[in-house]
Design a protein around this ligand. Sequence first.
Ligand code: ADP
Ligand code: MG
Ligand code: MG
Length: 888
Amino acid sequence: MKHVRQFGGGSAEGRATDKMLLGGKGANLAEMAALGLPVPPGFTITTEVCRHVMQHGVGHYPEGLAEEVAAALRKLEQLTKATFGDASQPLLVSVRSGAPASMPGMMDTILNLGLNDDTVVALAARSGNPQFAWDCYRRFVAMYGEVVMGVVAPSEHEELPFDRILDDVKRTHRATRDQDLSETALREAVALFKAEIKHRTGTAFPDDVRTQLWGAIGAVFASWNNPRADYYRKLNGISAAMGTAVNVQAMVFGNLGDDCATGVAFTRNPATGAAELYGEFLFNAQGEDVVAGVRTPEPIAALAAKLPKAHAELVKFAKVLEDHFRDMQDLEFTIQAGELYMLQTRSGKRTGRAMVKIAVDLVAEGKLTPREAVLRIDPAKLDEVLHPTIDPKARPPQIAKGLPASPGAAIGRVVFTATTAAEWAQRGETVILVRTDTSPEDIHGMKAASGILTARGGMTSHSAVVARGMGKCCITACNTLRVDAAKRTAVFVGGGQERRLKEGDTLTLDGTSGEVFLGAAPLVPARLGEEIGVLMEWVDSFRKLKIRTNADTPADARTARNFGAEGIGLCRTEHMFFAPERILAVREMILANDEAGRRTALAKILPMQRGDFAELFRVMDGLPVTIRLLDPPLHEFLPHGPAEIEEVATALGKPVIAIAAKVAELTEANPMLGHRGCRLAITFPEIYEIQTRAIGEAAAEVAKAGITVLPEIMIPLVMVPEELRRLRLLVAKTFDAAIGSEKIPYTIGTMIELPRACVVADQIAAHADFFSFGTNDLTQTTYGLSRDDAGRFLPTYVDAGVLPNDPFSVLDPEGVGALIELAVRGGRSVKPDLKVGICGEHGGDPSSVGFCHRAGLNYVSCSPFRVPIARVAAARAALAEAANETKK
Ligand code: ADP
Ligand code: MG
Ligand code: MG
């Protein structure tokens, strides 16, 4: 078995398609080398070796690996005309992690390996630049000390030991920037670094280059399992079994002088999607400087002026690579003495907005078909495009400005450490994480925060890349910000004044402009761009599922219609009852002792409901509107506490004691399984009767005005067919009477939300024009799991892997899904054209939408903001099915 693959020198033993074996970085380095791009030569140790190490323990490698690495190293020496560890012409290498799935910055990389007290002298002599040689050496010792020997910051509040030492050295030598350090100062830094390593670990920094190499290889494999990589994998659903590859690559130097640079570029703007080479670089620096955000870099355009040849080549290669991969690429490069070298390419992480624009633009440029473009869309990421933004008409004055690293608006309370962010978010606070800079260790806090603000960094620094990946608002390089994480304070300086911030203060971030505001700024709904319209046309041409919305108010209905909803799949009438002027009438109805009392109260409710429905029908002109009759447990409407009881008693002119007694009588032990849904109407038919009358009268009134009304009346929580048979008669009779001579096509159907209903669906279908699966209740009743209490233990189930995910968010295909399939089969065996949809929260979850497509449903219904997401998910499900069929 071959465990090592070469690349460079015009050829490669791998291709981009070998990502599982070579990792994304290694596979694409091979691809670039094969394409003839200037890639420093090297070799990749495969992910198989990582899996071997995971199985057999640290330091246990497959047989023959040592020989393979030695042979690959000899080949590298020939290609570079340098020798590893040689005291006159030393070969220096980087040892780079690289997993099959992109995990930016989560694992470790070591540069300038092969330096020791002898080779550094040779490097100084060869380059004629001792300052450069010692700069490489101090970087190497620090990286090796941290990554391999484990010399790290003792806590979140403290600096890395090597950073602290370097700051001290800078201070004593009066150097403000890293590149101002003299050879003497750098020598001093190296000596202090080595002393620190010895002091902290009891082991000396190794001079032997082969010891260095194997130490680094071992550390990179081990970094696969470091906590931040583990967390990132969980967050992104990446399997922990894959392992990382290790890339050993000849060094090129961006820190040799002012005709040298290192940088990161995107072939298109990753925030907006604009077709422009977009990126940042630093003169006279090494890669990690840009990625880690140590210095604030310059925009790529500035490269054209100083190093035009390298810039022109970068533009050319960016195009070559984008055309080759047919997707926006994220590139890493280094310029040594005016010569450009390519060090990495991968599909670039991007915002939702950029994702849409790039996909649509690539079709216009003839690089993708519309079908491929739709398959490139991550439906969940569309959410970002739909996020509210800061009201342009009511923008408060800004207090600071940084780089708009990841768009969107965020309002929250300030915290200064990742751990605090996670803790506060856990107890339900919305927080903004404010840091000098974020490091990969902060990933859990970034996930917990609604926005991120850093003093340092750039558009391509760790925080920016990770935030964009998460779709989270982020501002970097806010130069007027000074953070004191230990004291939990920060200050914005400049303009002759200071503004102090303490933990818990509220800030608003505008990630689209980079502006920071004190307090909470007003938000407005997002405006959808032109590209999304184009994309949605393709989406709609591919999908088979209809997408409806769950809307209880005309405002929600209007929003959803704008987002492309093709009807209302669920209007919950009870949500109309909570307005203060209505709740009293509802309470009166519930507390009434007899039918006459209930009818008196219902007569007050009737005109209000009629008005609600009329408005909804007007907004949904020409589209179906499914109205669910009263469903929730009555206790939700009962007066709670003495004050409310007294209020009701006064309003109804009854003694407090009588009301209190009635409340006690109506209180149920288990309301979710109690007197609710159609059970209410079996006992008190007048409730559904009056609701139906309101619907019928509203429909007739609106239809007279020339509006097309398509009401669908839905009866919830049916458990036996007889319930539906009776209530259908009642509803039909009442509706017909209410519309008088007006001709209105209407249907009567049921919600299927109990396992029993799924099993006897054929019998239920005899009385139903449609089924709508209430997957929230169906999940609850199938699992026997209370939705309101599951939050206490369900997260443990998911974390521990007992459940793959929360079944209330992602429809469970095996249990709940099987019941749905059973019910669809049963229903359609009686009525082949039975219309079937779902209206639970799952309707907006992409994987659940996929299930609904495969189960042959007619529509899904979801909240208004999820409508575009569901449309895309439905199209992707249809395309995936078509692709499967052609395979067969
Ligand atoms: P990450 O996965 O964290 O991006 P990389 O392995 O890509 O880590 O290394 C980070 C940076 O180190 C690269 O962007 C590049 O600038 C620099 N680097 C890595 N290998 C080399 C090399 N052989 N020569 C010069 N710079 C390198
Ligand atoms: Mg990289
Ligand atoms: Mg329900």
